[in-house]
Design a protein around this ligand. Structure first.
Ligand code: FE2
Ligand code: FE2
Length: 173
């Protein structure tokens, strides 16, 4: 199997960093939800942060398996404050849409470099991004429907507390 080209390696290292930033972002959102006593929302973000760490490790392992050089870069500090749960999920969906764009750009590079192995590796992430946008968008829609009704917020909070629990609907890593 051919080595990664310089361009492909740089792009994969960039995504490794982007996935680590995603994990940072969701961990920061976990801390925000903890601070406002929305433990179910916090739980959802905790599992989201773990998933992103797993994504970063997939890139890490792949670069090494291809005989490439891992280049860990500085991770930017995420925001720490949001105005409301709605604002958090608006930011979450927006972030996932941005990541989808990054994954699509990576697929383009794999095509340009005629790197079929990387192209196949990336297909998992193409599908994963559909799920990521779907799950963040789903919570966002519920929050939008809610408006100012406080009781509903706690209902959603209870629902989100189930993520990661045994028997919960953790459909992918
Ligand atoms: Fe990710
Ligand atoms: Fe994600």
């Amino acid at each position: 199997m051919a080595m990664l080209t310089e361009k492909m390696q740089t792009a994969l290292n960039g995504q490794l960093n982007a996935e680590l930033y995603s994990s940072y972002l969701y961990l920061s959102m976990n801390a925000y939800f903890k601070s406002v006593n929305l433990d179910g929302f916090a739980n959802w973000m905790y599992y989201q942060a773990q998933e992103e760490l797993e994504h970063s490790l997939k890139f890490y392992d792949f670069i090494i398996r291809r005989g490439g050089k891992v280049q860990l870069q500085q991770i930017a500090a995420p925001p720490t404050e949001w105005n409301s749960p709605l604002a958090v999920f608006e930011a979450t969906l927006e972030h996932e849409q941005k990541v989808t764009g990054l994954i699509n750009d990576l697929v383009d590079v794999a095509h340009e470099e005629r790197d079929h192995a990387t192209n196949i590796f990336l297909q998992w992430f193409v599908s994963e991004q559909v799920e990521e946008e779907e799950s963040a968008g789903g919570v966002l829609e519920q929050l939008k429907l809610l408006g100012d009704a406080k009781g509903g917020l706690f209902m959603i909070d209870r629902e989100l507390s189930k993520r990661g629990a045994s028997g919960g609907s953790e459909e992918s890593e």
